[in-house]
Design a protein around this ligand. Structure first.
Ligand SMILES: N[C@@H](CCC(=O)N[C@@H](CS)C(=O)NCC(=O)O)C(=O)O
Length: 210
């Protein structure tokens, strides 16, 4: 059985691989770990990169969201055998990591005044720029469906999860309506929400209701 370790909240880094496995009804479990326990175990060198999420498969522990997500997507037939398609998927995964690293300083900052400054800087300089990048990748899609590739894939799950995060209203100073500027991504997001094979997943329901 595949086991994930993460903190006690939903976050794209662990949700994306779990959504992939759930999509294909592949059994897995999540063990949540408190911040205090994480620090103790990190000091002991328990995690390959000193960070979460990690995934345990066949008694081996692996880190790095992109590697974990691709592994789970492959098991779930949500990755691709086609090299050109793999490039699209990989770009979306790296985009997710990049936009996360752009907003991260304003999440990590504890000082409220500095935090607001950093968040305003992100909204001014990065939000539109980085969603524009994603929309440009999406515009080049070849299929008739509102997915990044001809069929539903890891690219859709990743893009949907990040869009959902930014639209959630949980990020101070990020207007949940920002996606209206991105007409095509908005259509994409709505289509994924209406895609029955995806929206019936228990974890999907958990993410949208939390
Ligand atoms: N490069 C890692 C980054 C993972 C990461 O930033 N994890 C954060 C939580 S979302 C973490 O473990 N932070 C605690 C720490 O770095 O001590 C990945 O892609 O998975």
């Amino acid at each position: 059985m595949i086991t994930f370790l993460y903190f006690d909240f939903n976050f794209w880094r662990v949700d994306v691989p779990r959504l992939c496995l759930s999509f294909a009804n592949i059994q897995h479990r999540l063990k949540s770990i408190s911040r205090a326990d994480f620090i103790i175990q990190k000091k002991r060198g328990a995690f390959p990169f000193g960070q979460l999420p990690v995934m345990i498969v066949n008694k081996n522990m692996y880190g790095q969201t992109i590697a974990i997500s691709k592994y789970c997507a492959s098991l779930a037939s949500l990755y691709s055998e086609n090299k050109d398609e793999c490039l699209i998927i990989d770009q979306v995964l790296s985009w997710a990591n990049d936009i996360n690293s752009k907003i991260a300083p304003s999440i990590r900052e504890k000082n409220k005044v500095k935090q607001i400054k950093l968040r305003n800087k992100f909204v001014r300089n990065d939000l539109v720029t980085w969603f524009n990048y994603l929309e440009r990748i999406y515009e080049k899609r070849v299929g008739n469906e509102n997915f990044f590739l001809k069929k539903f894939s890891l690219a859709d799950i990743t893009a949907w999860r990040i869009i959902h995060w930014f639209k959630s209203g949980k990020l101070d100073l990020v207007n949940p309506d920002f996606l209206r500027k991105f007409r095509k991504l908005n259509t994409f997001y709505e289509s994924v929400n209406k895609y029955d094979a995806f929206n019936k997943i228990k974890l999907y329901q958990e993410i949208i209701t939390k």
